[in-house]
Design a protein. Structure first.
Length: 260
């Protein structure tokens, strides 16, 4: 756990050291991101964070992670798979393969600028990391369901024939294409086994303890062949917004990253 006696006093300093960046995507859009510099010197460490389905880089989890890791000596890069800018991708355009390409493009953008790069992905951002199989110091998945996705879509969406889209109902409705649903459902256990066994970076997963059971997390974790760590965060909801669970997740992630 990082010592952060003056944590809140240094938050503003960390957020002031922020730099926007943009990159062209492989499918003709613009990717928007933000890089926050380390508040505490960290000898050239970078953490790249990916949001989950329907999410964005300014969520509580990602803001907290940025503040935590910039004080642990990491620059932190966050980016949007889809956003509100006119030239950005929208979720209804998005596929997992696009997210994978985005991660590789962001890593290429920062390649050679850091001695050590780690990757973290929340929810579907974690699945993105697994499929992307990046060659980095370590990867952390924050409550990524991983398998089976047909259960996720059945539980979380309804198909609207009139629109030709699946609809995620989070109180506000989000359109998801049939292609994205079919793509994720194509990752059956045989495909997940190959992804896990081919994975080349040290692997951590932080599992939230207060939601629907997701046995696929442990099934895939058990197949990973690299150095790995499984963290069960009791009482955590999917967004790690309950109590102090987000800090337990950060501590577990940080401890794992510091091994490599």
């Amino acid at each position: 756990m990082i010592e952060s006696r003056d944590f809140y006093e240094r938050i503003a300093e960390g957020e002031d050291k922020a730099h926007d960046f943009t990159l062209p995507t492989d499918d003709g859009f613009t990717l928007y991101g933000i890089l926050n510099e380390a508040v505490v010197p960290g000898d050239g460490k970078l953490l790249v964070i990916m949001h989950g389905m329907g999410g964005h880089p300014m969520e509580y989890l990602h803001q907290t992670a940025m503040r935590y890791f910039t004080q642990a000596g990491y620059d932190v890069a966050r980016f949007s798979f889809y956003s509100s800018e006119d030239d950005s991708r929208k979720l209804r355009h998005c596929l997992l393969k696009n997210q994978v390409a985005d991660l590789h493009n962001v890593l290429a953008h920062f390649r050679g600028k850091y001695k050590k790069t780690c990757v973290a992905g929340h929810s579907y951002g974690g699945m993105t990391a697994l499929v992307a199989n990046p060659d980095v110091a370590a990867v952390s998945l924050w409550d990524s369901s991983l398998y089976p996705y047909h259960e996720y879509w059945a539980r979380e969406t309804s198909y609207e024939e009139r629109l030709g889209y699946y609809v995620l109902d989070y109180g506000y409705e989000i359109l998801v294409s049939k292609a994205m649903v079919e793509e994720s459902c194509s990752y059956d256990m045989a495909a997940m086994e190959k992804l896990a066994q081919d994975f080349r970076s040290p692997f951590h997963i932080g599992v939230a303890g207060a939601h629907v059971d997701r046995p696929g997390q442990k099934q895939v974790f058990d197949l990973i062949r690299t150095p790995k760590k499984y963290s069960f965060i009791a009482g955590a909801d999917h967004d790690f917004a309950s109590g102090s669970t987000v800090f337990e997740l950060m501590d577990e992630t940080h401890e794992f990253f510091e091994r490599f």
